[in-house]
Design a protein around this ligand. Structure first.
Ligand code: FAD
Ligand code: NAD
Length: 477
């Protein structure tokens, strides 16, 4: 007889492990099937995000920023530092240590909450049965009243640049988080979020980085005023970003990889020591469901779900990167909480209109809600308030007075429709507007909220005041 659970979650990334913990908190007997084997050869929880995504990338972004700052950014404070040296092995060891601490932490949370970790590959069969294939090739079948599929995503391949992380010449983000020497030159195909973050890491550590981006619009998903500012800043930092390029082919040479590409000026080739392919990710649905399960897949391979993340099969849900919506860890986690609560007979809640985006470059870029170009396309009447960090005392004191806050509010109701930031700690600042939008606040609500002085948050306050032409620390136009 197959063991029966209230809930079996397939995948232990930020969507799946959060769903499992919330289910257990709600008194449901829960198991999570996870197959990840980490860099030490051990089974690990945490998925892409903790093992090879958000956490290691932010760790290296922080380390590389500190290095770069000590080398080049601190003289203006009247502090002269000499003899700054890079110990890349130590930097990588720190990253690995943080990854292990956090992934082991999920194991401890599972134990504390009573979630059973079934190690191996999970596959949905008919009637909410799940087959688990273990590392030694043996398999079992368990049964569940509810199944949550949270199998995440994997990098998209392009034929012109086949990735081989083990060889380390043409790599995806996992390979680029693990270079053991700073390459002299790094080519990056795709100037999206991963390209910009990992391109920044290696640029700060001394590589010459060239980014080949297919489309003409830089950061097409972002507000284009912010994107234009970002492009200027990144070019100033030495990132060579070439828009409207098409990679035709790559070939390995004795000293790296030669990339053939086209742009409006014709055909070109550049030899790079390493090449990062970061052209997006696709849902990971490889061998996730047997044909007899009748699970329905939708556009571009995503598992088809309704607004409550339920699939075409009653009692079978899918969450995180494997379903529609932004591929962001916090979006998957919130879907996990929502589904757990729905299974437990509660209502569940997720506001897809208030999901923050952050790009952890320097300056950081963050946004929530609609861009100005989307409001124009949708014909929604809006007002804009902006405030530059160059007029913010705290940003000046930090020597980080670049960028701006841009707030968008409905022209008639004043409801906040979006906020777009490029500047210091944009990742943290954005959360004020996420909360405000969650509470259906207006720009007037933010304008009438007391903000501490001197803080970066005053730039948020001033942008909200500026929606009504009454910013206090800039000239209103
Ligand atoms: P995943 O994290 O991919 O987890 C899926 C899990 O399912 C994996 O552990 C996998 O082993 C397991 N699995 C798959 N199939 C099976 C199966 N059949 N049986 C058993 N187990 C299975 N997002 C952010 O919000 N902020 C960031 O700063 C950020 N930085 C990123 C940096 C990089 C370099 C990358 C690559 C991604 C980053 N992301 C970031 C995106 C984020 O990692 C994903 O959105 C997030 O991990 C998705 O969570 P998930 O649980 O849906 O999938
Ligand atoms: P992306 O969608 O952000 O960027 C991919 C870029 O590659 C796009 O600009 C696209 O136009 C370009 N592109 C596509 N095909 C190309 C080609 N053949 N040649 C040249 N350019 C090409 O994808 P990504 O950077 O790979 O990241 C994947 C996802 O991971 C992101 O969408 C995001 O959801 C998630 N992520 C998030 C964070 C964060 O939240 N800070 C960080 C890293 C990754």
């Amino acid at each position: 007889m197959a063991k029966t659970y209230d809930v079996v979650v397939i995948g232990g990334g930020p969507a799946g492990y959060v769903a499992a913990i919330r289910c257990a908190q709600l008194g449901l007997e829960t198991a999570c099937v996870e197959q990840w084997i980490n860099f030490k050869g051990d089974p690990a929880l945490g998925g892409t995000c903790l093992n090879v995504g958000c956490i290691p990338s932010k760790t290296l972004l922080e380390s590389s920023e500190q290095y770069h700052h000590l080398k080049e950014g601190i003289d203006s404070h009247g502090i002269h530092v000499e003899g700054v040296k890079l110990d890349l092995d130590r930097m990588m060891a720190r990253k690995e240590d943080i990854v292990l601490q956090l992934t082991n932490g999920i194991g401890a949370l599972f134990k504390a909450n009573g979630v059973e970790w079934l190690q191996g590959h999970g596959k949905l069969l008919a009637d909410r049965q799940v087959e688990i294939t273990h590392r030694d090739g043996s398999s079992d079948v368990v049964s569940a009243d509810n199944v949550i599929i949270a199998t995440g995503s994997v990098p998209i391949d392009i034929g012109a640049a086949p990735v081989d992380n083990a060889e380390g010449l043409i790599v995806d983000s996992t390979g680029a988080l693990d270079f053991r020497q700073v390459p002299e030159t790094l080519g990056v195909i795709g100037a999206g979020v991963i390209g910009l973050e990992l391109g920044s890491v290696w640029n700060r550590l001394g590589a010459k980085v060239v980014m080949l981006e297919a489309v003409e619009d830089f950061l097409a998903l972002a507000d284009q005023q912010i994107a234009r500012d970002a492009l200027r800043q990144f070019k100033k930092q030495g990132l060579d970003i070439r828009l409207g390029t098409r990679v035709i082919a790559t070939e390995k040479t004795g000293d790296g990889v030669k990339v053939h590409f086209k742009d409006k000026d014709g055909d070109h080739e550049i030899v790079f020591e390493k090449l990062l392919v970061s052209v997006g990710r696709r849902p990971n649905t490889d061998d996730v469901a047997a044909p007899e399960s009748d699970l329905l897949f939708g556009e571009r391979g995503f598992i088809h779900v309704d607004e409550h993340c339920e699939t075409n099969l009653p009692g079978v849900y899918a969450i995180g990167d494997v379903v529609r919506g932004p591929m962001l860890a916090h979006k998957g986690s919130e879907e996990g909480v929502m589904v757990a609560e729905i299974i437990a007979g509660q209502h569940g809640h997720l506001n897809y209109d208030a999901i923050p985006w952050v790009i952890y470059t320097d300056p950081e870029i963050a946004w929530v809600g609609k861009t100005e170009q989307a409001l124009k396309t949708e014909g929604i009447p809006y007002k804009i308030g902006t405030f530059p960090f160059s007029a913010n005392g705290r940003a000046k004191a930090m020597d980080a007075a670049v960028g701006m806050v841009k707030m968008l509010a409905h022209a008639e109701t004043d409801a906040l429709l979006g906020c777009h930031i490029i500047g210091p700690y944009a990742s943290e600042l954005i959360q004020e507007t996420v909360l405000a939008m969650e509470f259906n606040a207006s720009s007037e609500d933010l304008a009438r909220t007391i903000h501490g002085h001197p803080t970066l948050y005053e730039a948020m306050h001033e942008a909200a005041l500026s929606v009504h032409g009454r910013a206090l620390h800039k000239i209103n136009t």
